[in-house]
Design a protein around this ligand. Structure first.
Ligand SMILES: NC(=O)c1ccc[n+]([C@@H]2O[C@H](COP(=O)([O-])OP(=O)(O)OC[C@H]3O[C@@H](n4cnc5c(N)ncnc54)[C@H](O)[C@@H]3O)[C@@H](O)[C@H]2O)c1
Length: 352
């Protein structure tokens, strides 16, 4: 089998939907989760794409995630709601949350949805893109299972929790999307480096003795580091406060690891805030100013090694255009998907 193979998106989508249906998700929720996973691959965020399917199926199979959650919104004020996720998959809960949040912003200028009893929701950009395409300025926060130390500590305590911000640009399908983990590198990418024996830059991780390492395997068995030292560590801590403590979800190292802790619900928390772009000026003036900033930035003298200047979200947009019809899957991923096919009795479209 080749190292990587391209498959039509429709084929991967249908396969993923069928797997989730076998695990008792409704057709519409199976479709929602499958589309969000595929969108990550399409944007080149493969660490949060279809490669993670076995993680979510295992949680459903082991009954530590609920395939048929009954989501409940509790009104706090006209523009603030609390969403109880009933331990459903994070994708379903967060998508419902962002739709409500956008609606509240359109009605009241600002919307805030705080979410508890959720699970890992994948790539934040899924929810950020949705809000930006509906003409909102948006922030999406989540906490996550422990992976990073607070500054100065030698033990994982906070999540790689991504900081997420988005707003529309003049190009409707190409919003500004800043979606970044608080670790130096996504843990999925570290695992890949470990498998391949690839060297990683110093500063990404410590080995199990607390020494900086550039060895992927030693890093994977050691401890991940936040980006920017105490700044990334502070952001990850903030995410635990707003995503975990503030929402009523698990926090302070108690969010269960989706991959290896099946002792109960993970109880992840998310916080979403949306603002209408036209609160202080017209929507078109807002867009003109965003466009002005992008154009000016792109004309600046380039640093050594740079041919072009991109805005956050643009590299992923460019990737998604290239992967409009098909997605590249690695050999390892194909093998894992084939295993799922035989485990759940779904016809595999993945051939050697
Ligand atoms: N749900 C969770 O618990 C969880 C935890 C960690 C990470 N994640 C997800 O992992 C994904 C990957 O995170 P990451 O930190 O590895 O992303 P990354 O480092 O690839 O990108 C971070 C940001 O930098 C921007 N960027 C990249 N190259 C750029 C360039 N040349 N010019 C300008 N901007 C550029 C990107 O558009 C993105 O907004 C995210 O989608 C995140 O939501 C999820």
């Amino acid at each position: 089998m080749k190292i990587e193979k391209r498959y039509k998106k429709k084929i991967i989508l249908n396969f993923t939907i069928n797997i989730f249906k076998k695990l008792n998700l409704s057709r519409s929720n199976a479709n929602l989760v499958a589309k969000h996973l595929l969108r990550a691959d399409e944007r080149g965020v493969w660490s949060h794409g279809i490669v993670r399917l076995p993680i979510y199926t295992e949680r459903l199979e082991k009954k530590v995630a609920n395939p048929r959650p009954k989501l409940r919104f509790k009104k706090i004020t006209n523009s603030i709601y609390h969403l109880f996720g009933d331990n459903g998959l994070g994708f379903i809960i967060a998508q419902n949350g962002i739709e409500k949040c956008v609606k509240l912003a359109h009605q009241n200028g600002i919307g805030l949805v705080a979410i508890k009893n959720s699970n890992h929701f994948g790539m934040s950009a899924n929810y950020l893109e949705y809000a930006a395409k509906k003409n909102c300025v948006a922030w999406v926060f989540t906490n996550a299972s422990k992976a990073l130390p607070p500054h100065g500590a030698m033990a994982a305590f906070f999540g790689t929790s991504p900081f997420g911000f988005a707003c529309p640009t003049k190009k409707k399908n190409k919003p500004f999307v800043l979606d970044m983990a608080s670790s130096s590198v996504a843990r999925g990418k570290l695992r890949f480096a470990a498998q391949k024996g690839i060297k990683i830059p110093y500063g990404y991780a410590l080995d199990k003795f607390g020494k900086p390492t550039n060895d992927g395997l030693k890093a994977f068995n050691g401890i991940m580091l936040p980006f920017g030292g105490m700044k990334g560590a502070g952001l990850s801590w903030m995410m635990d406060i707003v995503g975990g403590i503030f929402t009523g979800a698990n926090h302070s190292g108690k969010v269960k690891n989706a991959i290896n802790d099946f002792s109960g619900p993970a109880n992840v928390g998310h916080l979403m805030i949306c603002l209408k772009t036209n609160l202080f000026q017209s929507h078109s003036t807002f867009l003109e100013k965003i466009e002005y900033g992008i154009k000016k930035a792109k004309k600046l003298k380039k640093a050594k090694g740079f041919k072009t200047i991109l805005h956050p979200g643009e590299p992923e947009y460019n990737c998604s255009i290239k992967q409009k019809n098909s997605i590249l899957l690695s050999k390892n991923t194909i093998v894992e998907l084939q295993k799922l096919a035989s485990k759940y009795g779904v016809k595999s479209p993945f051939n050697d």
